[in-house]
Write a protein that binds this ligand. Structure first.
Ligand code: 5GP
Length: 188
């Protein structure tokens, strides 16, 4: 990157089941954008690694980060805390690097207040019915958590649109098309 050029912050949000993680991973593979590793109190899943997928920590450590103002944003999602460490983002943007945050809408709105010039992308399902189908197909959900995720997904879309923070909406109908649209936003 040319010296003096400010880096770019890209915020990607969207309801659970919309294909956000797949898209974000692929966008970061195809561009210079670096994936920001969030802190969370959620326990790691079997295929996850500390420092690669998340920085896993207990609630006390997370709350200390909040008190010390070390998070750019944070939110509670399904009973766990998630947040973006502020320092790596600040340094990346200062050094002209592009950084990609995959965070929930509550977090995206907080980033929008602090950094309105970032690019905010909301990934949406082709329809509500399709989203329900995708959440069901995951098969990892019991009935109660399936229902909670559906309700949460619809609410998250509503909140995102109401906030006016998300300038871009990308429908994940065709995965490849959705990825390429975001690659274009990153590279513009
Ligand atoms: P999961 O537990 O499935 O990895 O993530 C659950 C939700 O938390 C997803 O919607 C994900 O985008 C969101 N999330 C992950 N990291 C962060 C973060 O740093 N901040 C916020 N606000 N949400 C996050």
């Amino acid at each position: 990157m040319s010296p003096g050029r400010h880096g770019k912050l890209i915020v990607i949000s969207g309801p659970s089941g919309v294909g956000k993680s797949t898209i974000t991973r692929e966008v970061s593979r195809r561009t210079d954008a670096e994936y920001s590793i969030s802190a969370t109190t959620r326990p790691p899943r079997p295929d996850e690694q500390d420092g690669r997928d998340y920085r896993f920590m207990d609630r006390d450590a997370f709350e200390r980060m909040i008190e010390q103002d070390r998070l750019l944003e944070w939110a509670e999602v399904f009973g766990n805390l998630y947040g973006t460490p502020a320092e790596p983002v600040r340094l990346a943007v200062r050094d002209g690097r592009t950084i990609l945050l995959e965070i929930d809408v509550q977090g995206g709105i907080q980033v929008h207040r602090k950094m309105p010039n970032a690019e905010f992308i909301l990934i949406t399902p082709p329809s509500e019915a399709e989203l329900r189908r995708r959440l069901k197909d995951r098969g990892t959900e019991d009935a109660a958590s399936y229902k909670a995720r559906c309700t949460q997904a619809v609410e998250e879309l509503r909140l995102a649109r109401k906030s006016g923070a998300y300038r871009h909406e990308v429908v994940n109908d065709d995965l490849e098309e959705a990825i390429e649209k975001i690659v274009t936003i990153v590279n513009t």
